[in-house]
Design a protein around this ligand. Structure first.
Ligand SMILES: CC(C)(COP(=O)(O)OP(=O)(O)OC[C@H]1O[C@@H](n2cnc3c(N)ncnc32)[C@H](O)[C@@H]1OP(=O)(O)O)[C@@H](O)C(=O)NCCC(=O)NCCS
Length: 142
């Protein structure tokens, strides 16, 4: 798998398709998208973005947002590849703790990757879906 850095705009179509139910009116722009520290990692095939993820470092922690894989390509390890690529970049920035608001339908993806589920579930206003906070110590994942 070849992981590439995407622009914020390159993430939007896949975010809309996979994370917003293809709703043409949904907001797919995150407030952090253009922050200087934010970076977007993905996979592109034949000019089409098939996996996307957004990373917001604020050392010693960082947030992961907008992880999405094109439905016909799920289960092939693309998201795992994005995680592994990001860990390297985040450690180099001094990040020790990674966190995300994981939707419950994807929770076991995160626990298989070594994340811990923290606290009670909650519904995010932009999706209306149940989520849990998940965290991963990058120190332990070396
Ligand atoms: C969740 C998602 C990003 C995972 O991407 P992926 O490329 O399919 O994941 P991988 O192929 O790297 O899977 C790694 C492992 O997690 C498991 N897994 C993947 N998606 C899963 C899901 N939704 N629920 C439970 N387990 C999942 C895989 O079976 C695999 O396990 P294995 O190694 O034992 O076979 C992708 O399924 C997706 O885009 N889902 C819809 C959007 C979404 O929920 N995004 C997360 C928002 S918090």
């Amino acid at each position: 798998m070849h992981v590439v850095e995407l622009t914020a705009e390159q993430t939007h179509a896949l975010r809309r398709a996979v994370l917003r139910g293809a709703d043409p009116g949904a907001n797919v722009v995150f407030d952090c998208d253009h922050d200087p520290a934010t970076f977007h990692l993905g996979a592109v095939e034949d000019g089409v973005v098939v996996a996307t993820s957004t990373w917001i470092p604020a050392p010693p922690s960082a947030q992961l947002r907008g992880m999405a894989v094109e439905p016909s390509r799920q289960g092939e390890g693309l998201a795992t590849g994005l995680l592994e690529a990001a860990y390297e970049s985040l450690r180099a920035l001094g990040v020790e703790l990674l966190w995300a608001h994981a939707r419950d339908t994807a929770l076991s993806f995160y626990t298989r990757a070594g994340f811990t589920v923290v606290g009670d579930g909650f519904v995010t206003p932009d999706t209306g879906l149940s989520h849990h906070l998940v965290t991963l110590s990058l120190n332990l994942e070396k």
